[in-house]
Write a new protein. Structure first.
Lengths: 121, 121
DNA sequence: TTGATACGTGACCATATAGTCACATATCAT
DNA sequence: ATGATATGTGACTATATGGTCACGTATCAA
């Protein structure tokens, strides 16, 4: 449920190496359960991993679905694409032309350039 | 001086709205001084802005140059491009083909995929 | 030199975050 | 029902972060 300020939660979620590693694990195999993901982080307890997953879920980067007593986690690339469109393409100028060409066909987002103007004072 | 783990610092820097607004201000006019940038954040003291700028500088997102008693701040898009190449393009699968085509000519980075493999147990 | 301007440093505080643990709930198999 | 498995909750600690302030340094102008 990202509000007007989508960027913050996504960047924040991506700012942690463990969380990026979690995305990486889901990238190599999607739909893993909590315990399956925990196998990759022996230095951390299940609760630590759970918290990281919930941060990723709040940023909408992973989607979850209960299945019996397990819970499957799925990678959701949409927020990353949005961030790429709204932010990255703006500053990585050389990429802009290539990205805006793909823009609407990927996200079908309304604004392409940049709608956020933090202050005008 | 970003080590092997470039992503963390960049994402962390981008995770703050004030810092993104600072980049935005530099985008609209590059080479501004601290005081000039402070005009845009009346709700914050000069020290707050200074700290944010130093975070951006440590992430290599802004470059600085002393000039007399002032200090100019310049936007550096390279880390954003690197992050786009190493991370964004990986998950935003539909973008990949377009981005990897531009990869070497933009960064000339050695490893494109992802060298950090947290554990192998 | 004096004063004003522009930036820097270190200490400091409040809050957020990462991580753990005891305990609780839900599901599956028998 | 019983036990094992899989996940969830709330409290808790330690550290990181955002932000401010008192004070200090460097530069420009007169």
């Amino acid at each position: 449920m990202q509000s007007v300020e989508q960027g913050t939660e996504v960047f924040r979620a991506l700012a942690d190496p463990t969380r990026r590693a979690l995305l990486d694990r889901l990238f190599s195999q999607d739909g893993q359960t909590l315990n399956e993901l925990c196998q990759n982080f022996p230095e951390m307890t299940r609760f630590g991993v759970m918290k990281h997953l919930s941060v990723l879920a709040e940023a909408d980067l992973v989607l979850t679905a209960r299945q019996g007593r397990t819970k499957r986690h799925y990678l959701n690339p949409v927020p990353i694409e949005q961030v790429a469109n709204r932010w990255i393409s703006k500053y990585a100028a050389r990429f802009t032309s290539a990205l805006v060409a793909l823009d609407d066909q990927v996200i079908a987002g309304s604004e392409t350039e940049e709608s956020r103007r933090p202050e005008s004072a």
